[in-house]
Write a protein that binds this ligand. Structure first.
Ligand code: BTN
Length: 260
């Protein structure tokens, strides 16, 4: 199916009624076109996915399903921070539009006060074949799945227990173009700040809106399950976790589970 093409400022925006996954489409398109900025949006996806290849429910048209192709210039050692940068950008965009203060769960889920998930973010780094890119140049596909107009009955039974939407939280139906434009503006702002000034200011914003610090968690480190309490976010973006034996470890990737 051919997309409708429009422009938001200088950004080409490809809008599909239905597609397998906006991230998959964006990754394939980048491999052909090289490092350009563009956006892919779909009303529905047949194969939307999240971290660890988990399915992302997207069969109705109530969510925002969007991938932003963002070439960045950054040292490879800092690349993992991009997930935290994106979480801050989306948190701010939603706050600007609705005054809803979503909480960030490490690394980049956005939850309501009651711990229900409203948005999931998935960043993929596209490696171009025969690339002549500078080693600091990377092409990121920023996948954003945001529950917008859902009522509880729009989710499957399993997901309804753990999910919420902007409509459920605020009672307001947002204008889609305004939502996409505000998200894009914030993503551009925070990704520029990150590349020009580093991570320290964004780290402060992330900590301010985090629901992770102080929480007891279960996580996997060196292939072993471990338990501890999150005590801080390190200056480079890893979680500092205090284990029950008093030892401190840094968790830089992977899934964490909050203990109930
Ligand atoms: C997660 O919570 O694990 C991340 C979910 C990311 C879902 C979005 S929906 C738009 C984009 N296309 C995809 O296939 N995935 C992302």
């Amino acid at each position: 199916m051919e997309p409708t093409i429009r422009y938001i400022n200088d950004w080409k925006c490809l809008h599909f009624e239905c597609i397998d996954s906006t991230n998959l489409y964006a990754k394939n398109a980048v491999s052909e076109s090289g490092p350009n900025n563009f956006i892919v949006i779909a009303d529905r996806q047949t194969n939307g996915y999240g971290r660890n290849q988990k399915n992302w429910e997207s069969s109705n048209t109530k969510g925002l399903l969007m991938s932003i192709v963002m070439p960045v210039f950054i040292d490879i050692t800092q690349l993992a921070q991009s997930t935290l940068v994106l979480a801050v950008a989306i948190q701010r965009a939603i706050y600007q539009l609705t005054k809803l203060n979503l909480k960030i769960k490490w690394p980049n889920d956005l939850h309501s006060d009651k711990g229900k998930k409203c948005a999931g973010l998935l960043i993929e780094n596209v490696i171009l074949k025969n690339s002549e890119l500078n080693p600091k140049q990377h092409i990121l596909v920023l996948g954003i799945g945001l529950n917008v107009e859902h009522e509880l009955t729009d989710f499957s039974q399993e997901i309804a227990k753990i999910a919420t939407s902007l409509f459920i939280e605020t009672g307001v139906k947002l204008d889609r173009t305004l939502l996409v434009t505000t998200i894009l503006e914030n993503v551009i702002f925070y990704f520029q700040q990150w590349q020009k000034q580093g991570f320290s200011e964004i780290r402060k914003d992330w900590i301010e809106h985090s629901c992770s610090i102080g929480k007891e968690i279960i996580f996997f480190n060196d292939n072993k399950q471990q338990e501890g309490t999150i005590s801080a976010l390190s200056p480079t973006g890893g979680l500092i976790v205090r284990l029950s034996n008093g030892e401190t470890v840094s968790v830089d990737s992977g899934e964490i589970l909050f203990k109930l």
